[in-house]
Design a protein around this ligand. Structure first.
Ligand SMILES: O=C(O)c1cc(=O)[nH]c(=O)n1[C@@H]1O[C@H](COP(=O)(O)O)[C@@H](O)[C@H]1O
Length: 245
């Protein structure tokens, strides 16, 4: 694998579109770039599992971002369904607690033993959303301490539950890896190339800065999908990622 492919494989493009048709247009413009594709609530709720299967048939790695957060039994069954669908990665909210996250893992393992040909998906806990800032954490969510402390606390809980890593902002990657180990995966949205609109994100870094923090994957939506040329935007981000090595 050359350096371009290595970097592209760590870029997760958020297909935040209302329909499969719109997502297919973007995929066409990104043809030949071996990035990860992230399907979130907007697209999944409209296009469903068929679109995930289509992405798999096209050869993409798929992160299904549905952020499950429910009672343990419901999450276990949801995890069973998503594993059976054949996604490469999916996530649950760490705020659902230890028992819920362990149930998610059980759902994965049960699906794998029912269909041994399936590949084990990477199971990730969402810590504090990258739109959450210090004031919101303390005043709205009622969680004391700093954002980093809360993120590291959720990351430790996620590790204890036996999951593979967390979603966090790139600003917390070093602290997460120090506490949970270098192999514990970090998936980091809140990526903003220099000069691009921050929008509703609060805790952001550029692609280069995020890679320098040692993150495993960066998630990028609007800076690519709303760019005049999404292909150029994606290629530029991959170039930036390569500079970190
Ligand atoms: O789990 C996620 O992917 C996620 C977690 C988080 O804390 N923040 C966050 O932005 N995301 C997702 O990452 C993507 C970021 O998109 P942009 O802000 O457009 O780059 C969106 O699809 C979000 O749903």
């Amino acid at each position: 694998m050359n350096r371009f492919e290595q970097a592209a494989g760590r870029l997760m493009v958020a297909l935040d579109y209302p329909t499969a048709e719109r997502a297919r247009e973007l995929i066409k413009t990104l043809e030949g770039i071996p990035c990860y594709m992230k399907v979130g609530m907007q697209l999944y709720y409209s296009a469903g599992p068929d679109f995930v299967r289509e992405l798999k048939e096209r050869g993409y790695s798929v992160f299904l971002d549905l952020k499950m957060h429910d009672i343990p039994n419901t999450v276990k069954n949801g995890a069973y369904s998503l594993t059976s669908l054949g996604v490469d990665m999916f996530n649950v909210h760490a705020a659902g607690g230890l028992k819920m996250m362990k149930a998610a893992k059980e759902g994965v393992m049960e699906a794998l033993s029912a269909s041994p040909s399936l590949k084990q998906p990477i199971l990730i806990g969402v810590t504090q959303l990258t739109s959450t800032d210090q004031k919101m954490l303390n005043q709205e969510l009622g969680i004391p301490g700093t954002v980093e402390e809360s993120v590291v606390c959720y990351a430790s809980l996620t590790k204890e539950a036996g999951l593979d890593g967390v979603v966090a902002s790139p600003l917390e990657v070093r602290a997460i890896k120090e506490t949970c180990g270098q192999d514990f995966k970090t998936v980091t949205p809140g990526i903003r190339p220099a000069g691009s609109a921050v929008g509703d994100q609060s805790r952001t870094l550029t692609p280069l800065e995020a890679m320098k923090q040692g993150t495993d994957y960066i998630v990028v939506g609007r800076p690519i999908i709303t760019a005049p040329s999404p292909r150029d935007a994606a290629l530029q981000i991959i170039e930036e990622m390569k500079q970190a090595w």
